[in-house]
Design a protein around this ligand. Structure first.
Ligand SMILES: C[S@@+](CC[C@H](N)C(=O)[O-])C[C@H]1O[C@@H](n2cnc3c(N)ncnc32)[C@H](O)[C@@H]1O
Length: 270
């Protein structure tokens, strides 16, 4: 077979899936090459896309079969119907790995969102699944919603929102009289964080801080196996947690470490 590969995000990092597909086909005796439209007809072309915002391959493809894959295609299939990948992954962790789906939240983004199909609404959110091995060890719920139901019982709770992300953690003590528990629809505006603009898919520091605050205690250890620009690490410093991170891309890793160093040095100034 003549196999073609298209890596939509080739400028970001090596695509392990395409590398594995290439090795598989070569072992079968197939010919494998990067797809280009001047190389004639292909039996099969694989296209990998990691980020939803990366533009899809827009030129005609001369092949019997075109297979698209990767998280960049997760939200909607090319024909406009949903793949359900997020649910499948969540159920895999539950059914196959034995974890509890402890909580599910929506991260509603601002901006126009991705258009998956002309027949559906624009995609403007991501799922956030919280898995636990048995009952979660730590739950520090955030109370930041003005209370509708006054119970008369004032219990003190810690509320850690409103920090200015410059070392001031913004902790204040409020009472359940004034604030009630947040719901699971988290409105967090994607924002470019200082020192993170070298990475194309940064999530908001506030989001990382709020999850770390909710599910860990001070001095706990947090692992982020996909560090990217190091947002989780910075959030851990701000929330006084320990951190371990993995990152495939050496350039991102080095820059993330630099971002972490700067954050640590800033903290020492206070
Ligand atoms: C969506 S980004 C994470 C962004 C991060 N949350 C932030 O705010 O900067 C995912 C990162 O995971 C990295 N990655 C992908 N596969 C990986 C793997 N198998 N091991 C380690 N890192 C990986 C990518 O290079 C990319 O930088």
């Amino acid at each position: 077979m003549k196999i073609g590969l298209i890596d939509i995000d080739h400028h970001n990092f090596p695509n392990l899936v395409l590398m594995k597909l290439s090795a598989y086909h070569k072992a079968q005796g197939d010919s494998v090459q990067w797809y280009d439209m001047f190389s004639g007809h292909f039996d099969r072309v694989y296209i990998a896309k990691v980020f939803t915002f990366s533009e899809d391959y827009k030129y005609p493809i001369d092949a019997d079969e075109v297979i698209r894959g990767g998280s960049g295609y997760n939200i909607r299939l090319i024909d406009g119907s949903e793949t359900g990948t997020s649910f499948r992954q969540a159920l895999y962790f539950k059914d196959e790995c034995g974890l509890n789906i402890h909580d599910t939240m929506i991260w509603a983004k601002d901006g126009g969102g991705a258009i998956g199909s002309n027949l559906s609404y624009t995609q403007n959110f991501e799922y956030m699944f919280v898995f636990s091995n048995g009952k979660p060890k730590t739950v520090n719920l955030i109370y930041d919603k003005p209370s509708q139901t006054y119970t008369g019982k004032a219990q003190h709770v810690r509320e850690c929102r409103g920090g200015n992300d410059k070392g001031d953690r913004g902790n204040v003590t409020l009472t359940r009289l004034e604030m009630s528990r947040r719901n699971n629809w988290w409105y967090l505006v994607p924002q470019k964080e200082e020192g993170s603009d070298f990475h194309p898919a940064v999530y908001p520091l506030k989001l990382a801080r709020e999850h770390i605050y909710s599910w860990t205690n001070e001095s706990d250890l947090v692992l982020d196996p996909f560090m990217g620009s190091g947002t989780t690490a910075v959030a851990c410093i701000k929330e006084k947690r320990h951190f371990i991170g993995f990152e495939l891309n050496k350039e991102y890793f080095d820059k993330a470490c630099k971002r972490v160093d700067i954050e640590q040095r800033q903290l020492k100034l206070f």
